[in-house]
Design a protein around this ligand. Structure first.
Ligand SMILES: Nc1ncnc2c1ncn2[C@@H]1O[C@H](COP(=O)(O)OP(=O)(O)O)[C@@H](O)[C@H]1O
Ligand SMILES: [Mg+2]
Length: 173
């Protein structure tokens, strides 16, 4: 893995990570989990097959939650309860969330979002109202070739939550 990072304004910092395999993507998820706490919102973007769900799988492992993380394509959201003292993971596929946040509130999840780590695939333009503090993760394939395993991952922290002294550079350690 290689990395470069920058902290431009006090309220936004960004790190770029090269990931070479699905295993490394899971590892990145496990590392990211260590930075997360209840109330955090992580938005994942990237085309189909980019690795959003693979990253979330690692997040679930790192957060020590129940149940394997799979693609929530046929449900809008899935709750993974915490096995230990940490927060539960709410994994949302916003692709099917036509109406945005209102619809999500109607889902009647048996956890409250402020008490959970919420990870949303394809949530752009739909879930930003949840909070100004967000972690945006964008995954790009290195080349158009769908068999290539190299991915470029950009993690950007928005809002006070992710301002210094929070250091996203640890994601590449
Ligand atoms: N570096 C990589 N990171 C993540 N997935 C990868 C990588 N290289 C190949 N893959 C493969 O790409 C697919 C990603 O699927 P998935 O995580 O479900 O993507 P998404 O949720 O973005 O649609 C998996 O089949 C995985 O094995
Ligand atoms: Mg997915």
């Amino acid at each position: 893995m290689s990395v470069s990072s920058s902290a431009s304004s006090s309220a936004s910092s960004s790190v770029e990570i090269t990931v070479n395999s699905p295993d490394q993507m899971r590892e990145l998820g496990r590392r990211l989990a260590k930075l997360l706490r209840a109330g955090d919102l992580v938005m994942l973007n990237g085309e189909l097959g980019a690795g959003k769900t693979t990253l979330t799988r690692g997040l679930g492992e790192g957060l020590d939650v129940r149940g394997a993380v799979t693609s929530p394509t046929f449900v809008i959201a899935r709750v993974h309860p915490a096995l230990g003292d940490g927060p539960p993971l709410v994994h949302v596929d916003a692709y099917r969330l036509g109406g945005g946040l209102d619809e999500m509130e109607d889902l009647d999840l048996d956890v409250s979002l402020p008490d959970s780590v919420v990870v949303v695939e394809w949530g752009e333009g739909k879930v930003e109202e949840l909070t100004d503090d967000r972690l945006h993760v964008v995954i790009h394939r290195a080349v158009g070739d769908t068999t290539d395993e190299v991915r470029h991952v950009t993690v950007t922290g928005l809002g006070e939550r992710w301002a210094p002294p929070v250091e996203l550079g640890v994601l590449s350690a």
